[in-house]
Ligand binder design. Sequence first.
Ligand SMILES: [Zn+2]
Length: 345
Amino acid sequence: MRELGFNKEITTGYYLDPFDSFQEKKVTIELRHDEITGVACRILPYRVRIPQKPDLEPYLEKSPESLCPFCPDLFEKTTPRFTANITESGNFKRGEACLFPNAFPYDQNNNVAIFSSRHLVPMNELTPDYMRDGFLVCRDYFHRVAEMNLGYKYCSINWNYMPPAGGGLIHPHLQTIVSYRPTSFMQKLLSSAQNYAANSNGDNLWNNLIALEKKSNKRFIADTGVVCWLTSFAPKGMAGEIDFIFREKTSIFDLTELNFKEFLTGLSRVFTYLHTNNFMSFNLSLYATMNNNNYFNVQGKIVPRFVMNPLGTSDLNYFEKLHNEIICPTVPEELCRELQPYFKT
Ligand SMILES: [Zn+2]
């Protein structure tokens, strides 16, 4: 089986340590580069932990239900509606979940989906039942887009949960994007998969990634049936990255309600782990094609986000913003071992 292109290099620094009578201290930093994602990062040997559960009260004070456009009082008046050619009803509904156009779009087709009318939902209450209709209403919309036959090929479901991850409202909501062209990161994944196939007699990169990671048993969290859960070799965030890959699913339309149920059950396990470890925020993206692309499996990533106290310091800095390398004081293999028990209950 062709190798995956996970590259590692160790660099060692020395300084005189003021906390140890200025004795020489050795610091080891691991430089990693993942050829599949193109991500370069530096794994630091010391772990940053969040000492306390963040207080949600200040967020609620600054963003009360009475001012929230996604809460029932303002919802009908302030949310955009679809034009009648997309849906006569103006939006897509499933139970309490509702999908509607983003008032501040990033793309031609950028929508928002709320899960329910509930304003503040802490991370440990993001259960599969709570999340189900929110994700399925995104799928309903993708089906409608396919039915309109406009030639769109790529879609994603995205989530900025809470302000440290870029969430502009605390009311939980997803965002969907449907486009002719993939985003640059998705393009990188697609080209990696095509190159891999070209150099290995048509092998599927994602199947081989699953098989090789399972065998090496360092970053493979769990196999829940159709979905495989892994920690990323080279994470896209300081607190690491959790990946999910749907086996044998090469289009968003391959996913059944049962597949979503399995996926959301796994997600809620990840959230329980994050909540237990005092995180209150994450970014999530699910990437998919809309026409079976045999090179590309439906897949996605979760990156926990946080601010550092006492100053509320961001978890992004010049290294990531301006050098395209991620500083990661979380060893992916350790993160994997910590997550595994949450998938065994
Ligand atoms: Zn609200």
